[in-house]
Design a protein around this ligand. Structure first.
Ligand code: PLP
Length: 354
């Protein structure tokens, strides 16, 4: 049966990225060796990482003065690397959910943290907008897409401080004005590659402003200076990331990805809004176009489990909501076709009309 993959992460990748990765596992770039068994310093792999960095810069229109590095440790390691490298005295954070919270916890290890606003009391059903960022902070940290709660900041904020963003789950879903950020980072396993690689876009000039001693591996400069080759980088996920980036370019770049993503999200949100059984969980204006969270209305609540089974029988996979929200979460990452969204919406209609 054809599967429709709505997992939140690791999550759907394009068939092209997966097939090309399989080919390279068998025979990488005509070397007669698998990509699993070749030196990361071979000229064949160097070409991969260089092209991946170049495509990042091209697709996101990254200005001069920024570098792209590929690291291990997941986005979660960036929660500590960011403050370690940038927080001299005080940083501001916006608390929009679980991931933001984890970032705040790590930042507190390195200095004063001003949480300028939080929607925690409302179980993160909206993105706070009524706050001011103190001008004297070293940076202001945001999570652009709240993967668990289904809210998103879909514009580049103007703040009187350096901006740092966790874009793990919405990178490449819209054009980004990178010049407004000092650091953009994310785990690759949502919109780019299998788990194992983390991308970091760093404004070089933001570094070197803290006095603390930085462990070599946790210093951005180490990885920038060595082109992400200070130690062995996550070779296989970087290879798959390159395949995804090539595919993005073939499709027409981030503007086209944005058009597709918005079309998919509108299709599903319209179905939720016109349903008598399902209801969205977050403020309409803050809705994520990547992770759509919804539940059954109170009078149908006991049917949630039954709907999961009903959908599973149609090949729909990964729609169970995160335990902190319940209900359902449909992740509509770039590689998910509109057809899969249509299958989900049809299942919702048919379930309602039974
Ligand atoms: C998944 C996710 C993370 C965690 O990423 P890891 O690579 O597992 O550490 C952090 N932030 C956001 C927004 C996420 O979606």
């Amino acid at each position: 049966m054809k599967k429709h993959n709505f997992y939140a992460g690791p999550s759907i990748l394009s068939r092209q990225a997966i097939d090309n990765t399989i080919d390279a596992v068998r025979d990488f770039a005509g070397t007669g060796l698998s990509i699993l068994e070749i030196s990361h310093r071979s000229k064949e792999f160097s070409a991969v990482i260089e092209e991946a960095q170049a495509l990042f810069k091209e697709l996101l229109d990254i200005p001069a003065g920024y570098e792209v590095v590929f690291l291990g440790g997941g986005a979660s390691t960036q929660f500590c690397m960011v403050p370690m490298n940038l927080l001299a005295k005080k940083a501001a954070y916006l608390d929009t959910g679980t991931w933001a919270n984890k970032a705040i916890k790590e930042a507190k290890l390195f200095g004063e943290v001003d949480v300028v606003a939080s929607s925690k009391e409302a179980n993160y059903t909206f993105v706070p907008k009524d706050y001011t960022v103190p001008a004297d902070v070293d940076y202001f940290h945001i999570t652009t897409n709240n993967t668990i709660f289904g809210t998103e900041i879909r514009k580049d904020l103007d703040v009187p401080a350096r901006l740092v963003a966790d874009m793990s789950s919405d990178i490449f879903s819209r054009p980004v004005d990178v010049s407004k950020y000092d650091i953009i980072y994310g785990g690759a396993q949502k919109n780019l590659a299998p788990a194992g690689v983390t991308f970091v876009i760093v404004k070089v000039d933001a570094l070197g402003k803290v006095d603390r001693a930085l462990p070599t591996m946790l210093n951005y400069k180490t990885h920038i200076d060595k082109g992400s080759m200070f130690n062995t980088p996550p070779v296989l996920p970087i290879y798959t990331a390159l395949q995804t980036l090539r595919w993005y370019k073939e499709l027409g770049g981030v503007k086209e990805l944005q058009r597709r993503d918005e079309e998919k999200a509108a299709y599903l949100y319209d179905a939720i809004d016109s349903s008598k059984m399902f209801v969205g969980t977050v403020n309409a204006e803050d809705r994520s176009i990547m992770n759509v969270c919804f539940v059954m209305k109170p009078e149908y609540k006991e049917l949630e489990k039954e709907f999961i089974d009903f959908a599973t029988a149609r090949g729909i996979v990964g729609i169970k909501g995160h335990r902190s929200v319940g209900g359902f979460r449909a992740s509509l990452y770039n590689a998910l076709p509109l057809d899969s969204v249509k299958v989900l919406v049809e299942a919702m209609h048919d379930f309602e009309n039974r």
